[in-house]
Write a protein that binds this ligand. Structure first.
Ligand code: ATP
Length: 288
């Protein structure tokens, strides 16, 4: 695969800018620039992880790719078609499971299928995907009877059940404990590899990024843009070796990514502190 050739891109992101209208001082509407000039190419079957300081616009970008929000400028193409809303080509998994509490696991997974398939077919497919994520036998459990990790498995099964080409995942493992997270990472890597999914995955964890990604996009402090792409040239088989996370390859990548990210985390904290100082001084009637 020629990764420098635009023609092979599955997802093409060009000059994306997003501003929000916000109430500013004296309740006046003000434009708030969240992300600007975001450009990315994601190739068929690639696993892209996005890292960036809190508030830099990662979720904003993912929402635009998912068609849940529109860009203020720029465009996104998937398989050469401009994204103008949500679609069955994209399955989305959020941090907070977003399961329907009144439905059991099976019927949470059937939910996105019900509009176009009959009941029997929906349940057959849902059982298959629950089995794929290791939840055979848990079909009739309600969300309040499942652990955090199991709920996230149901959410993944639901996203996969529509057989999307693309999985969009917004910090999906942030709410589960460290051991469960590690197992979910391994399972996700196997499932997406075996089912040939293209994945965009947001995280705050550098270790998670290195374990999962083919390439890591590091975003700048707000307004977020892509600062650098770091390739992770490590085979999937090698990642499953027990000593991978203590290898020199891993340490080298972690150091490189942290050096790039640290600058942005510091900038992002400076932005917040300046804003606080500015607001405090305005409240006191002075300037800065
Ligand atoms: N609907 C909205 N209206 C106004 N501002 C918004 C809206 N959605 C996001 N923002 C702002 O845009 C900026 C980017 O938010 P976003 O949630 O995309 O960041 P993030 O990088 O995903 O953050 P985190 O890592 O903390 O989840 C933030 O300052 C946020 O407050």
């Amino acid at each position: 695969m020629n990764k420098d050739n635009n023609d092979t891109s599955k997802i093409i992101i060009r000059n994306i800018k997003k501003t929000f209208e916000r109430k500013g001082k004296k309740s006046k509407e003000e434009e708030f620039l969240a992300i600007d000039n975001v450009n990315l190419d994601i190739y068929n079957g690639e696993f892209l992880v996005i890292l960036g300081p809190s508030g830099c616009g990662k979720s904003t970008l993912l929402d635009i790719i998912g068609g849940l929000s529109t860009p203020s400028k720029g465009e996104i193409k998937i398989n050469d078609k401009i994204v103008d809303g949500p679609g069955l080509d994209r399955g989305i998994v959020f941090q907070q499971y977003a399961l329907l509490p009144w439905r059991n696991a099976l019927h949470n997974v059937t939910f996105p299928l019900e509009s176009h398939l009959d009941k029997k077919e929906c349940e057959k497919i849902s059982k298959e995907y629950l089995s794929l994520v290791g939840l055979s036998g848990f079909e009739d459990r309600y969300p309040n009877e499942l652990s955090g990790g199991m709920k996230q498995r149901v959410a993944i099964a639901r996203a996969l059940a529509i057989d999307p080409e693309i999985l969009l995942m917004d910090e999906p493992f942030a709410a589960v404990d460290a051991q469960t997270r590690s197992i979910l990472q391994e399972d996700l890597l196997k499932i997406t590899e075996n089912n040939k999914k293209t994945v965009i995955f947001i995280t705050h964890s550098i270790d998670e990024a290195i374990f999962l990604a083919d390439k890591v996009a590091i975003m700048t402090a707000r307004p977020g843009t892509i600062k650098e792409i770091v390739n992770i040239p490590i085979s999937r088989q090698h990642r499953f070796k027990t000593d991978f996370k203590s290898s020199t390859d891993f340490a080298r990548l972690r150091h490189k990514i942290w050096e790039l990210l640290k600058e942005e985390v510091i900038k992002s904290q400076e932005i917040k502190e300046n804003k606080l100082e500015f607001e405090t001084s305005i409240e006191k009637g002075g300037g800065i």
